[in-house]
Design a protein around this ligand. Structure first.
Ligand code: GAP
Length: 486
């Protein structure tokens, strides 16, 4: 089995995620987060909120409906442009994404080619369906889901394909309700839906997924200004395989400032190894139809055979607000220093599920005797586990006392099922950092053992010092500095 299979097996077995509605035979692209996956996803989302919403004192979060009127997507351009190229095998009528088949066979990135160009490539390289059949003509297929709403289903509404539109629709009201000042940020962490043609890559291309997106509305004239420029200008940004000084990039300062912040989020908070993170600029053909500047954030994922997009930094100009103003006939311009302007938008767009998968891939380790995730405490679904050494002699009662002592300050899991060795292995497999065991000595001298997931070494700690020691240990202090290794 390869790494991807091992990861899927482990993720399902331990309760990170598994196919939705699996007892009925699941549909591709729909997943359930189990208890560990949910803890991890919430952690990631809260880290994201705490980091990006604090970049501006005028940045806020809103929540909106997943179902929006069709007119919204007429104005946003999604009805016309949000298409994927679909191609069928002639006999069995199986459907594939034409650009993916071409990329798999030839390595040519064909995501933004039109149907004619794709047909030509299929012909030139004699590309067949994976089952060996010939392919028909490429057709464009709109990826939005529509819904019939109301008793007789007269109204057609759409499931939003990106959370961004919710921020544009709420912009004027929130701008007025808040400080009427730019830059002004509106974030949405919520579901998006895309009728992906062939969500074959497991957890990567989903039909229902979560995005965390921050739309920053700003004055176009201020794009090359940045009040914190001095703090970031010497930072080296990783673009492809080069590290480039922020001040050397030929991009507006406001854009570069956010590149730096995104890189810090990945390297400092999520602790992604430097060689597994990069920005990649998209060329004119690859860029989304609304973007003027577009860099993707990519992680190197072994399970998906290379660099994969997990987020994007998009300069969307005034495209969205201008089109919604036209479509809705509501004025969306604002008054800044006596002048009426339509703000421009910088969008920080993250796919939460892809990021969770990225962490699971990057921190997965196979050792001789065990498999583990070496997550840091910011992303680990469980930080501390508490076990009685044996399930008798009043040790479980004492272990519950220790669990109660810790549960308000740490993400703690209590376990008493099986031998201590098996409990350790199970916790290694979910990436828990610290394991506390209550043994017979605990009853005598009020100490417990603390085991480090990574080195598997242990120290003894007094229960009344345990919180303090755990704080330091989870912050990265070496076990040997916190006590005598036994
Ligand atoms: N609002 C801009 C936008 O939606 P996008 O590049 O289409 O831009 C942004 O999507 C992010 O959402 C991607 O970088 C990716 O992480 C995530 N994403 C997009 N489609 C996805 C899918 N089918 N399954 C899982 N995540 C997806």
């Amino acid at each position: 089995m390869n790494k991807s299979d091992n990861l899927f097996n482990l993720a399902g077995k331990r309760g990170f995620f598994f196919p939705s509605a699996e007892i009925y035979g699941s549909k591709a692209g729909f997943w359930t987060y189990g208890h560990l996956g949910t803890l991890m996803k919430r952690k990631w989302e809260n880290l994201w909120r705490n980091f990006f919403l604090k970049l501006g004192e005028n940045y806020f979060e809103i929540e909106d409906c997943n179902i929006l009127p069709r007119e919204v997507f007429q104005s946003s351009g999604h009805l016309q442009h949000f298409n994927d190229p679909i191609v069928e095998s002639v006999k069995s009528k199986e459907k594939f994404r034409a650009d993916e088949l071409i990329e798999e066979k030839t390595g040519i990135k064909a995501e933004e080619f039109d149907a004619g160009q794709l047909d030509a490539l299929i012909k030139k390289h004699n590309i067949k369906a994976p089952n060996g059949e010939n392919l028909g003509k490429v057709q464009m297929f709109n990826m939005m889901f529509d819904l019939k709403v109301g008793a007789f289903g007269k109204d057609i509404m759409m499931l939003r394909p990106e959370t961004a539109q919710s921020a544009y629709l709420s912009f004027k009201r929130e701008f007025n309700a808040l400080r009427e000042k730019l830059p002004f940020g509106l974030a949405v962490v919520g579901k998006a839906f895309r009728n992906e043609i062939s969500p074959r890559q497991g957890f990567y291309r989903l039909r229902e997924f979560t995005q965390a997106e921050l739309q920053i509305f700003f004055n176009e004239n201020e794009m090359d200004k940045c009040k914190d420029w001095d703090l970031v200008k010497k930072y080296k940004i990783k673009i492809n395989d080069k590290k480039i000084l922020a001040s050397k990039l030929k991009l507006p300062k406001f854009y570069v400032y956010h590149m730096v912040q995104i890189q810090k989020f990945y390297l400092d908070l999520l602790k992604i190894p430097k060689d597994k993170f990069r920005f990649r600029e998209l060329n004119e053909k690859e860029k989304a139809f609304y973007n003027k500047i577009h860099y993707d954030i990519e992680l190197k994922l072994d399970s998906l055979k290379g660099w994969k997009e997990v987020a994007g930094l998009h300069y969307r100009t005034d495209y969205d607000l201008t089109n919604h103003q036209k479509g809705s006939k509501e004025k969306l311009e604002v008054n800044i220093d006596g002048k009426k302007i339509i703000p421009h938008v910088l969008e920080l767009s993250f796919g939460v599920d892809r990021n969770v998968w990225g962490l699971i891939d990057i921190f997965y380790k196979e050792e001789k005797e065990r498999t583990l995730f070496n997550f840091n405490k910011n992303v680990a679904p469980v930080e501390v586990a508490v076990f009685p050494l044996v399930n008798k002699d009043k040790l479980p009662d004492k272990a519950m006392e220790v669990y109660d002592l810790l549960k308000d300050d740490f993400g703690v899991f209590y376990d008493c099922k099986g031998s201590i060795g098996r409990m350790y292995r199970r916790m290694d497999e979910v990436g828990c950092l610290a394991m506390i065991t209550i043994d017979h000595e605990t009853l005598k001298n009020k100490t417990v053992t603390l085991r480090d997931r990574d080195s598997m070494k242990q120290i003894r700690v007094k229960i009344n010092k345990l919180k303090d020691v755990l704080d330091k240990f989870l912050d990265g202090e070496k076990l040997s500095k916190l006590g005598k290794v036994i």
